[in-house]
Design a protein around this ligand. Structure first.
Ligand code: FES
Length: 139
């Protein structure tokens, strides 16, 4: 049975054109005790990231990434590559997400590089999801 995890013998992932990276930020995440009128920290994170976005990286708000109990959440997607889901972020994480997206956009193998990845995106990794093309090859 083939493993869904990559190995050195796997064929290279078909990588989309550099720069086709999207950061999906959950704008619904809130802190315990926040009232309904309190601006959502997830919204503020999305706004900050959108205001500082770098070329080739787009930012989208999503309603929920299903990671609600583990802090602010975001995913970084690149067509034809693995998708990375992060939790434990905070309102100041826009720079870390931007740097992760920039690294991912420049990767030639379809993976977000570990080296140089901000600490928040190392310890905050919740999951990585294979590209749909890889799933077609599984038995
Ligand atoms: S509300 Fe943000 S992950 Fe669910």
């Amino acid at each position: 049975m083939a493993s869904p995890l990559p190995s050195p013998t796997d064929p290279p992932v078909t990588v989309a054109e550099a720069g086709a990276v999207t950061v999906l930020v959950c704008s619904s995440c809130r802190r315990t005790g926040d009232g309904p009128e309190t601006p959502r920290p997830g919204t503020r994170l999305a706004d900050a990231l959108g205001a500082e976005a770098c070329p080739g990286v787009s930012v989208r708000r999503v309603a929920c990434l299903g990671n609600c109990t583990r802090g602010l959440s975001a995913a970084i997607y690149r067509e034809g590559c693995w998708t990375y889901v992060f939790g434990g972020l905070d309102e100041g994480s826009s720079g870390d997400l931007r740097e992760g997206a920039r690294l991912f956009a420049g990767a030639s193998d379809g993976f977000m590089p570990w080296r140089g990845r901000p600490e928040a995106l190392k310890r905050g990794l919740i999951a990585r999801v294979p590209p749909i093309d890889l799933l077609k090859d599984l038995p």
